[in-house]
Every structure is written in structure tokens, then in C-alpha cells.
Design a protein around this ligand. Structure first.
Ligand SMILES: C[S@@+](CC[C@H](N)C(=O)[O-])C[C@H]1O[C@@H](n2cnc3c(N)ncnc32)[C@H](O)[C@@H]1O
Length: 261
């Protein structure tokens, strides 16, 4: 029987957690890097990534890093690259920051905040060589679909992080959502989608096999997982926008203005 997906701790906006402010999406954004924590008020926007981590290393971003297994391993193994993690749950952000501190990682920055807000209003475009999204909340109810990280209204935000030639890495165990994501990303004329049915291969310095905590657990349980790599060819202005993303924006405009579609 198909498991009924539960929202991750970070996605819960009701009950005790929200009252404690643990996962409040409106709580102030915090940014940690190189042993200093700052808020948006301390930094220019759009945020020059080098104001968090100076240097020449290529950038990789993980959205919804959970307990941070993937980011911490990558940052420890590849000190010449720069990594930024975005996570809405305060408790997970604290775990990652604590571990990064103890390991003395100077090439890893973390942002506690809601990803779509940070992508839309804080981070610049086109700076990342890779973006990683593993096991994002599937939001299975129709009325919640607009909260998905990959929907016609939000797909451009995620793609906008990538530099031309960059790659988006994605995995989910909620295969129905994964197929929607795959089809959505495949529909962009400037993407090339590869599916990995047998698990992740070794990529550069990264070993083959599960990347995150959720993936390791689901592999042990034998759950089906859809894994994708999406190469982004890049594009300026309108060429960079997803055809369905534009349609989504226009549809929303028509709804709010009452203009006939
Ligand atoms: C199912 S967990 C997966 C964690 C990790 N990627 C893994 O594979 O082990 C989803 C993660 O995304 C985070 N998350 C959910 N919605 C988010 C949002 N809008 N912005 C940032 N992080 C979010 C949750 O707090 C949670 O840590």
C-alpha cells in the first residue's frame, strides 16, 4: 500500500512547533558563514554570495538540507568549492551550523529561511554550478500544490540560481510528484534531463550511492526513488523563463485582474 506522505518537520506550520517559532516561515532569516551569524539587515540585497564566503571556488546550493549529511560531507571533502544550504527548520539549521563549526568548515554557509522567499528576494541569479534538492515536501493535496518547490509558478526561481552549464540534482520517493517535476523540467527548451534508475553514479569527487539521510533510509527500506540530473544551458531574459512558468504568471495575473484568459 502506498505510504501516505507526511510533511517533514520543517513543513509543519501548525501545533507546538509553530508556536515555539521553530519552523515559522516568517521568522527572521539567519545567515551563518565562517563562524559569524548575520541577518538580512546586515547584508546587501541581492546578496553577493562572496559576502558570505569570499574566494574563487564554484558554488553549490542545497535547498532543504535537513540534518545536512550531504552538504557537510561535500564541504569537508571539497574545500576548494563553496556551498550554501537553505533550510526553513531552525532545528536542522542549528544542527548543521553546530557540526560545520566543530569541523572548522570555512567553505560552507547556511541560511535559515523559506526557500522561495530567499530565491525570489535575496539571492542573485546565475551564481551556482549546481543546485541540489533531495526529497522536498511533496504537498500531495491539490490545494497545497502551490507550495511545491517545483510548480509552474516556482520552477523559474530554482532554475534562476544556476549558471549556464550548471546542473540541478533532484530526488524524491514520492514518484507521482517526481514525474510531474521531470515532465516540467523536460518541457524547458534549455534543459536536458537525465534519469538515474539504478542510483547515483560517482560524480567527480562524490562517491556513488545515497546522498542524504532520507535517501539512505529509503534505500534501506527498498522504496522506489526517482533521481534526476537537469543540465541548464542558460538563457537571458525571456529565454531563461520556463514556458509554463510564464503561462502560470500570466494566468495568475488574469485571475487577479479579472482579465479574460
Ligand atoms: C523530507 S526533508 C529532506 C531532508 C534532506 N534533503 C534529505 O534528503 O535528507 C525536507 C526538508 O526540506 C525542508 N523544507 C521544507 N520546506 C522548505 C522551504 N519552503 N524552504 C526551505 N526548506 C524547506 C524541511 O525542513 C526538511 O528539512
Amino acid at each position: 500500500m502506498r505510504r501516505r506522505p507526511r510533511p517533514s518537520p520543517g513543513a509543519r506550520r501548525d501545533g507546538a512547533r509553530a508556536r515555539e517559532g521553530v519552523t515559522d516561515v516568517r521568522a527572521p532569516v539567519r545567515l551563518w558563514a565562517q563562524d559569524a551569524e548575520r541577518t538580512l539587515a546586515d547584508l546587501p540585497q541581492p546578496l553577493p554570495p562572496a559576502s558570505l564566503l569570499p574566494g574563487e571556488g564554484e558554488w553549490e546550493v542545497e535547498i532543504g538540507f535537513g540534518k545536512g549529511r550531504y552538504l557537510l560531507r561535500r564541504a569537508a571533502a571539497e574545500r576548494d568549492r563553496r556551498f550554501l544550504g537553505i533550510e526553513v527548520a531552525q532545528e536542522y539549521y542549528d544542527i548543521l551550523v553546530g557540526r560545520a563549526r566543530r569541523q572548522g568548515l570555512r567553505n560552507l554557509a547556511a541560511a535559515r529561511g523559506e526557500a522561495q522567499t530567499l530565491l525570489a528576494a535575496v539571492l542573485p541569479h546565475g551564481f551556482a554550478r549546481a543546485v541540489h534538492v533531495y526529497f522536498p515536501d511533496p504537498w500531495p493535496k491539490a490545494r497545497h500544490e502551490r507550495r511545491r518547490l517545483f510548480a509552474p509558478e516556482s520552477v523559474d526561481l530554482v532554475l534562476s540560481l544556476l549558471a549556464p552549464g550548471g546542473t540541478l540534482w533532484f530526488a524524491t520517493d514520492f514518484v507521482a510528484y517526481g514525474e510531474v517535476v521531470r515532465e516540467l523540467l523536460d518541457a524547458h527548451p534549455r534543459t536536458r534531463v537525465t534519469v538515474f534508475p539504478g542510483g547515483w553514479p560517482a560524480v567527480g569527487a562524490q562517491p556513488a550511492g545515497p546522498r542524504t539521510n532520507y535517501e539512505a533510509k529509503y534505500v534501506r527500506e527498498g522504496r522506489p526513488i526517482l533521481r534526476l540530473a537537469v543540465e541548464w544551458a542558460g538563457g537571458d531574459g525571456l529565454a531563461a523563463l520556463h514556458p509554463r512558468g510564464v503561462a502560470g504568471v500570466l494566468a495568475a495575473y488574469r485571475v487577479t485582474t479579472g482579465e479574460a484568459a
